[in-house]
Write a protein that binds this ligand. Sequence first.
Ligand SMILES: *[C@@H]1O[C@H](CO)[C@@H](O)[C@H](O)[C@H]1NC(C)=O
Ligand SMILES: *[C@@H]1O[C@H](CO)[C@@H](O)[C@H](O)[C@H]1NC(C)=O
Ligand SMILES: *[C@@H]1O[C@H](CO)[C@@H](O)[C@H](O)[C@H]1NC(C)=O
Length: 201
Amino acid sequence: MSVALYVFSFISLMGTSNTAGEKYKVYQVPIRGKALRGHTYKTAMAGELFRCYVRCERDPVCKSCNFKHTQQICEMNNETKETKPNDFITEQQSYYIKRTGGDVNECKKGQTNLCNKYAFCNNTKGSYRCRCKQGFVGDGFNCIDVNECENGLSNPCDKNAFCNNTKGSYSCHCNQGFVNDGFSCICKKRKEKKKRCMIII
Ligand SMILES: *[C@@H]1O[C@H](CO)[C@@H](O)[C@H](O)[C@H]1NC(C)=O
Ligand SMILES: *[C@@H]1O[C@H](CO)[C@@H](O)[C@H](O)[C@H]1NC(C)=O
Ligand SMILES: *[C@@H]1O[C@H](CO)[C@@H](O)[C@H](O)[C@H]1NC(C)=O
């Protein structure tokens, strides 16, 4: 489906693909009553918002546009409200739309994506992917912490250590009477036969 078709319906369209970890992008919604002032490099006549948007989309210089619907004027800007926030003004007769260039980086700060907070977001052409970070399992939209301590096979702590599961990881701490890094624990004082470490061994 073309970008133009998405915009034509004037709503934020989010198709949900069933491909694991992937969702179709959210296109920029026109902002009513707003305009970017002072960065118009070209003005054209356009009968409707959709035409104005398509003009902007086709011109690589165009970063955003203001559509003045009473005059049917399309102002093409070489800046955006993100790059020039002070020039983003209220203007009743105007709509502001940002050009996507066919691709929105949903992974960028401030954009909408549905990745879990424990996932990496990877922008792709026309969409984005979410991938759970190490220590988590899931499809990227839902990421569940792996309890490394409960899995006897993957728990690499020494048998004389306490395993502490944490979000995305774990840590090992030698039991009382033992010292070292928790992955291997050695008896603190071999001579003290009554110490717990001797009893465990
Ligand atoms: C934007 O367009 C204006 C008007 O044509 C021009 O003066 C300015 O240098 C352009 N800015 C950029 C960043 O291209
Ligand atoms: C992001 O996706 C691209 C294309 O699918 C892939 O080549 C790349 O390795 C991915 N990067 C990460 C960090 O997942
Ligand atoms: C386990 O790890 C958490 C998070 O790092 C920490 O707050 C907690 O004190 C630790 N518990 C023990 C018994 O070490």
